[in-house]
Design a protein around this ligand. Structure first.
Ligand code: NAI
Length: 346
């Protein structure tokens, strides 16, 4: 089947080309993101393959259907950017990669924690400039600290195991508690307010839905322990970024490690180094010495990319052959559509 990729990056092409030796699809790679303006490029493509910052709202889906597209294959786990009701209405099937490497994301969250704690980002530049002073680089032992995990699904569970290895006390909040974590790691499920109050580090591993948008807002931040470290490898809009900036300015938030940003669309995955950054909120965030921002690279390991490529192409083959794909996402799955997300932005 002809598969047209939007928002393709060099780092992923080799994995798709390698995996396709087994599937034999006709792959075509576009750098453009899928938007209302670029959807015309998909005319006649039975399948389009999109990533997290492509726009898959009602008008784009209608245009895709009019142009003959029948499958939207997401090369991501998250599907909050897709209007699933609209997809069903126009007869487009949507498939995703529910799991590719929970280790990749949990290990990246851990890298953010260690870098912030031991000030590796500052030490790196300091030493290269011949400054071998240690002033301002004091960290804390992770051992004995309390880590609060919001979401203990596939990634949160791996994170719990890693943090347990450091000797941390584990608190968690999840509407679907995992009894294995309670038994094996001594993790305790607590109310969110208790997690906010007692955690030295809070790490977000839950999906973005209408109910979780801005879960971390000004009110939540005031409930947190002064000096708390906040880690977000989930989705940007889980955090109200303006409230986060307020918390960082007052010192209530001790540090933040962010792999996602609520306005990342059009910024992350692009080389904008020759341009003036137009997003003032992001620009302010980048001024803090105690903030590390990475551009949505939690998934970026060889293992994860291999799994993403193989699962995406297998999903397409299954639908092409008329079989049900276990990775199909349907409207009854409760998610926030791209349009709802835009309409509810503060
Ligand atoms: P998962 O579906 O296995 O786990 C999510 C967990 O969150 C579930 O246990 C669910 O019950 C829980 N949850 C739902 N609503 C909640 C709430 N209000 N409070 C607390 N917990 C809640 O998903 P997985 O694979 O662990 O991924 C988590 C998120 O990580 C994804 O939704 C995605 O947005 C993000 N992600 C980020 C990546 C990156 O590159 N930075 C890559 C892959 C995923």
């Amino acid at each position: 089947m002809r598969v047209l990729f939007f928002d393709t990056h060099r780092f992923e092409q080799e994995f798709f080309l390698g995996a396709n030796a087994r599937f034999g699809h006709e792959l075509e790679f576009l750098e453009a993101r899928l938007t209302e303006q670029t959807v015309v490029l998909a005319q006649g493509a039975p399948c389009v393959c999109v990533f997290v910052n492509d726009r898959v709202n009602e008008s784009v889906l209608r245009a895709l259907a009019d142009g003959g597209t029948r499958i939207v294959a997401l090369r991501s786990a998250g599907f909050n950017h897709v209007d699933l009701k609209a997809a069903a209405k126009v007869g487009i099937k949507v498939v995703r990669v529910p799991e590719y490497s929970p280790f990749a994301v949990a290990e990246h969250a851990t890298a953010l924690i260690l870098s912030l704690d031991r000030k590796i980002h500052r030490a790196f530049f300091r030493v290269r400039e011949g400054n071998f002073s240690l002033d301002g680089l004091i960290g804390f032992d992770l051992h004995g600290r309390t880590v609060g995990l919001i979401g203990t699904g596939k990634i949160g569970r791996v994170m719990a195991k890693i943090m347990n290895g450091f000797g941390c006390r584990l608190l968690a909040s999840d509407p679907e508690p995992d009894s294995r974590l309670i038994q094996e790691l001594g993790l305790s499920y607590v109310d969110l307010d208790v997690l906010f109050k007692e955690s030295d580090i809070i790490s977000l591993h839950l999906p973005l839905t209408p109910g979780t948008r801005h879960l971390i807002n000004a009110e939540a931040i005031t409930k947190m322990k002064p000096g708390v470290m906040l880690i977000n490898t989930g989705r940007g809009a889980l955090i109200d970024t303006r409230a986060l900036i307020g918390g960082l300015k007052s010192g209530h938030i001790g540090s933040a490690g962010l792999d996602v940003y609520e306005e990342e669309e059009g910024i992350f995955f692009e080389d904008l180094s020759g341009q003036v950054l137009q997003d003032d909120v992001l620009a302010r965030l980048l001024t803090f010495p105690n903030v590390i921002l990475t551009a949505h690279q939690g998934f970026l390991t060889r293992e994860a990319l291999t799994n993403i490529a193989e699962t995406t192409l297998a999903n397409i083959t299954a639908l092409e052959q008329g079989a049900d794909s276990p990775n199909e996402v349907r409207p009854d799955t409760h998610v926030m559509s791209a349009d709802t997300r835009r309409a509810t932005k503060g």
